[in-house]
Ligand binder design. Structure first.
Ligand code: CA
Length: 495
């Protein structure tokens, strides 16, 4: 059984033009050989900005690049036939397919409707004006290009809790749409930032409307029926009532497959919030370890003033390892994006080594770290920036090492602020490894492996340190890490 290793096969600036699904198909064999087990694909359905949409401005969940809507048939990533081919190729190589589900909002309505709304204080959404405004709002989604194929559901104002723009009178803001659900309040069981963080953007979906609820369940079953589906990455979970996913995930496991892999994007570094959420969803899903991602970012900026022994403090993978998806970066944290918190180049190999070699958490690799990326965009300072992300040179080797050597019991040797080591002791069937890393000068670390390794010869699988070392009679070795770098020691007879 291979060890689960995710790859996020896209980033925010992946080139438009419909090439991604073909790229997935071409890479499928290579990824399987590398040791990737699960591929997280970008949202496969039509966004409001059509062929330019990254996919998070969800317009029509049932348009997988099949209908002439929003300026064309294909999505940014290709048309439906190319998607089908990509997922088939992944399946043929034994890879699992994780789809991205954007349920919180819809954008790009086809028609306006007459609505009654109340202004919400944007900084405290629980404060709603008493005054009811009659206006027009873009809340009707009829999908004229699809003409009822796959689903006849028409979305209207009863399917939404809020909107950011009204017309007649024209006004921008955060507006609570008066509907028959929740006595005028926003959803409960959402994040409490800004008083109540139900509303994020666009037309905010009303999960208390039973027809909406059933339509989103139907969509999950439908998608899994159309293309290979082994799991979901759920977008914007902190803006969606937890009770919805508590039910939806169970329904998907009952109807699609019991071992469906589900990870939610609940973008919050605070453990209390994440634990509360995990309890609310009956621990049926995993969460991205935002806190760890932030720790990597901080450690990479601080250099040798960072105490490596504290790297995992207050992280999800330390608190709740069975529910943590560990990552070094994603499409939101990459340079020039909304939650920009990139990990500096020198530290990326160290961060990836830790999430790939340690037992706890399911690691997720970010596309540019494997393939590189170049792009320009406007930064927070208003200026244009050119960004070049280089592939992490030793990443393919580390992914391979996870499958070959990340086995057996684990010892964390976190006893030096500038040099830490992780030992995987191996099993009867699989060899282990010693990972040692340093954020300062070159360092050596003494590791007691046990008498069964007496006299054994070791090499650095990454090739950062030349030559062989030998364990003494007691099975002790002294492993070295280059300055600000890492090495991974494995027994020569296991190579
Ligand atoms: Ca919401």
């Amino acid at each position: 059984m291979s060890q689960r290793t995710l790859l996020q096969f896209f980033h925010w600036y992946y080139p438009a033009g419909g090439g991604l699904w073909n790229d997935v198909a071409e890479q499928a064999r290579h990824l399987a050989e590398l040791g990737i087990t699960d591929v997280w694909l970008p949202p496969a359905y039509k966004g409001a900005s059509g062929g330019l949409s990254v996919g998070y401005d969800s317009y029509d969940l049932f348009d997988l690049g099949e209908f002439d809507q929003k300026g064309g048939v294909a999505t940014k990533y290709g048309d439906r036939a190319a998607l089908e081919r990509a997922t088939t190729m992944l399946r043929n190589e034994g890879l699992r397919i994780i789809h991205d589900g954007v349920f919180n909002h819809k954008i790009g309505a086809d028609e306006t409707e007459s609505v009654s709304v109340r202004r919400a204080n944007p900084d405290d959404r629980t404060q709603l004006d008493d005054q009811i405004i009659k206006a027009r709002a873009w809340t009707k989604f009829t999908f004229p290009g699809r003409r009822g194929k796959h689903s006849r559901f028409i979305w209207d104002a009863r399917c939404f809790t809020g909107i950011d723009h009204i017309e007649d009178p024209v006004e921008d803001g955060v507006f609570r749409i008066a509907n028959e659900y929740g006595e005028g309040e926003w959803h409960d069981e959402v994040d409490d930032e800004l008083g109540n963080y139900d509303y994020l953007m666009g037309a905010d979906v009303e999960f208390r409307n039973h027809a909406v609820y059933e339509e989103l369940k139907y969509w999950g079953r439908w998608l899994a029926d159309q293309v290979a589906c082994d799991g979901f990455r759920l977008d914007a979970a902190k803006h969606i009532p937890a009770w919805f996913f508590r039910d939806w995930v169970g329904h998907m496991r009952d109807t699609v497959r019991q071992d469906l892999f589900v990870v939610a994007e609940y973008w919050h570094p605070d453990m209390d919030n994440l634990h509360r959420y995990l309890d609310q969803v009956d621990k049926q899903l995993m969460l991205f370890d935002v806190a760890l991602c932030h720790r990597f970012h901080e450690a990479s900026l601080a250099g040798e003033s960072f105490d490596l022994r504290t790297l995992f403090d207050e992280t999800l993978v330390a608190h709740s390892p069975d529910h943590a998806v560990t990552l070094v970066g994603n499409h939101d944290t990459q340079p020039l994006q909304a939650l920009e918190a990139p990990v500096e180049d020198w530290f990326k190999p160290l961060a990836y080594a830790l999430i790939l070699i340690r037992e706890q958490g399911v690691p997720c690799i970010f596309h540019p770290d494997l393939y590189g990326a170049s792009y320009t965009d406007t930064g927070g300072d208003g200026d244009e920036h050119q960004i070049d992300i280089s592939p992490v040179k030793c990443l393919p080797r580390l992914i391979e090492a996870r499958q070959r050597f990340a086995h057996g019991a684990q010892s964390d040797l976190f006893d030096d602020p500038h040099c830490i080591a992780v030992v995987r002791h191996g099993t009867e069937d699989h060899p282990g490894a010693i990972l040692v890393l340093s954020n300062a000068t070159a360092t050596e670390k003494k590791v007691a492996l046990g008498k069964e390794h007496s006299g054994a010869c070791f090499r650095d699988f990454l090739g950062h340190v030349e030559g062989e070392i030998f364990a003494d009679e007691e099975g002790n070795v002294e492993v070295a890490s280059p300055a600000g770098s890492l090495s991974l020691w494995v027994r020569s007879d296991s190579l």
